[in-house]
Design a protein around this ligand. Structure first.
Ligand code: GLY
Ligand code: MN
Ligand code: MN
Length: 524
């Protein structure tokens, strides 16, 4: 094909630079424009007319109110009560560049998803704004009226339709209309072009306070900074981020349902990986075989993986975030797999099992495994309403310190090791035992310490319990038989009115049950 053909030679995005504007090689060309050098976009009037016409009617919208809509309305009302009189700006964020003009798959900021229920690839650059109104006159009797500013579906008579590789219908599919989004979310919608004026309204000395979630969207932040001019609001922006994080500490019924969906899909994914173990053993990069199986499953059953899968065989399991996953998987080893499916709603599971590759634990593997399991069980026993988040970790550490002392590995007693100034046992488990889980794998990360680590457990909280023991192969302080063994057991726990529920309990964790389950999965 020649360079003047109507259809691009390759499926590479066109840029806004017209072919006729591509300078001759000897001219100076801005670096930013050079993506345009590899192909041409037809510019003629005749072409524009031709490509804009001859299309059938669009199918009528089937959009209905999303099941999440009532829940997101209640979440917005709770946020509203915390910031009377302030205009709250919650951007979805924009694309992250992978290289040149190719982007990573879009994923909105968790606060945006939490407050809108949106989470697919339709809303890059969207911004949720909670406009302050007189108390009680806002949405659901609150003091704010929510408006979602979006780039809606562009007409077929616009250049975007066929030439915009990020937003255009030809490139990424038709975007929803403002009406469709309003119907599904239950939130009033407006065009993104109206955002700036809406943000600026009544802002200024003694006027409306304008707050934006930091680090969600640099463009929106710049607009807010320009509107605020001299007025400093950095600290109050941080307070908004903190509040949005803390709003997610207790999950509502819809969120718990989504967590169950994510966990159940993850459990299925573990079964698929067990089935793939013979293929993994046969491949020079068996860890990748397991990772690939899980990614495929996550994309088929959910949106994606919720974080990079760790598939760590043998000594690799002692590297906490082993995500290279390029090693062999050998019979006789343990393989530690830390993996979570992110549901379409963007809620993710976070589950770890450490499995004997050939289906049977050796005595020494079983001894280490049982110590970690006992620590996890102690964590579960401590995870009850009214206890503190940190109690879960402390309970697990008491078990591990005692076991390490029994094995003669500690230079002090278990009690001495547990003193804050000592902590010798942590040489073999340097990470924390728990983190909140939800839209982000490390959810609620901006919450204050008094509500997180020192926080009191409440029904509806969902977090991990994930103790481990990791004995590196060059650790001269442990006997040879322990070297190169890493074990982590990670479950997702829901705090209930009278205790807790292990959401991932259907994935066996007792060593005998693990062996029996692996055998049955392999039998098929
Ligand atoms: N998979 C990350 C974590 O367990 O925290
Ligand atoms: Mn975790
Ligand atoms: Mn994990």
């Amino acid at each position: 094909m020649s360079a003047d053909d109507v259809i691009p030679e390759t499926l590479t995005p066109e840029t806004a630079v017209p072919a006729s504007d591509v300078p001759a090689p000897e001219e100076d060309q801005d670096l930013a424009e050079r993506n345009a050098n590899r192909s041409h976009r037809p510019q003629s009037e005749r072409f524009l007319e031709f490509i804009s016409s001859g299309w059938g009617d669009r199918a009528p919208s089937t959009a209905g109110r999303a099941p999440a809509a009532d829940f997101t309305a209640a979440r917005r009302s709770r946020l509203s009560a915390l910031f009377p009189g302030a205009r709250l700006v919650v951007p979805a964020g924009t694309f992250r560049v992978r290289s040149n003009d190719t982007d990573f798959r879009f994923r909105p900021h968790a606060a945006f998803t939490h407050l809108t229920g949106l989470g697919q690839e339709q809303e890059p650059d969207a911004v949720l704004v909670l406009h302050p109104v007189d108390d009680g006159t806002g949405d659901d009797g609150s003091a704010h009226r929510a408006v979602l500013y979006m780039n809606p579906l562009a007409g077929r008579d616009t250049p975007e339709f066929f030439s915009d590789s990020r937003y255009g219908e030809f490139w990424v599919g038709a975007r929803p209309t403002l009406d469709e989004v309003a119907t599904t979310t239950g939130i009033a919608t407006a065009h993104l072009d109206d955002l700036r004026d809406a943000l600026a309204k009544d802002v200024g000395a003694g006027g409306v306070e304008l707050l934006v979630v930091p680090e969600a969207d640099a463009t929106v932040e710049a607009v807010v900074a320009e509107i605020r001019a001299q007025e400093e609001s950095g600290e109050r922006d941080a307070r908004l981020a903190e509040a949005l994080s803390e709003l997610r500490l207790v999950k509502d019924a819809h969120e718990v349902e989504q967590m169950r969906t994510a966990v159940d899909a993850t459990i299925d994914g573990f079964a698929h990986m067990v089935r793939a173990l013979p293929a993994a053993v046969a491949h020079r990069r068996g860890e990748r075989v397991l990772e690939g199986v899980f990614i495929g499953h996550a994309r088929q059953e959910g949106n994606d993986v919720g974080y990079t899968t760790i598939a760590a065989a043998g000594e690799h399991a002692t590297t906490l975030h082993w995500t290279d996953n390029d090693g062999r998987v050998e019979p006789g080893q343990l393989v530690l797999i830390d993996a979570g499916v992110e549901a379409d709603s963007l809620y993710t599971a976070d589950v770890t099992r450490t499995l004997p590759v050939d289906g049977t634990f050796t005595d020494v593997q079983r001894r280490v495994y049982q110590a970690v399991l006992d620590a996890a069980d102690a964590g579960f026993a401590a995870a009850v309403p009214g206890a503190r988040f940190r109690d879960v970790h402390d309970a697990a550490m008491r078990v591990l310190a005692a076991r390490l002392a029994d094995w003669g590995l500690l230079p002090v007693t278990a009690e001495e090791s547990l003193l804050p100034e000592n902590q010798h046992h942590r040489r073999w488990m340097v990470h924390g035992t728990s983190h909140h889980l939800g839209l982000d794998v490390h959810d609620c990360a901006q919450a204050r310490a008094e509500l997180y680590l020192d926080g009191v457990l409440e029904p509806g909280m969902v977090f991990t319990i994930e103790p481990g023991l990791y004995f590196k192969s060059d650790d001269l302080l442990v006997p040879q038989e322990l070297r190169g063994i890493g074990v982590r057991i990670e479950d997702d726990v829901l705090i209930t009115a009278d205790g807790n529920e292990n959401l991932s309990a259907a994935l066996p964790r007792d060593p005998d049950a693990v062996e029996a389950w692996m055998a049955s999965v392999r039998r098929g």
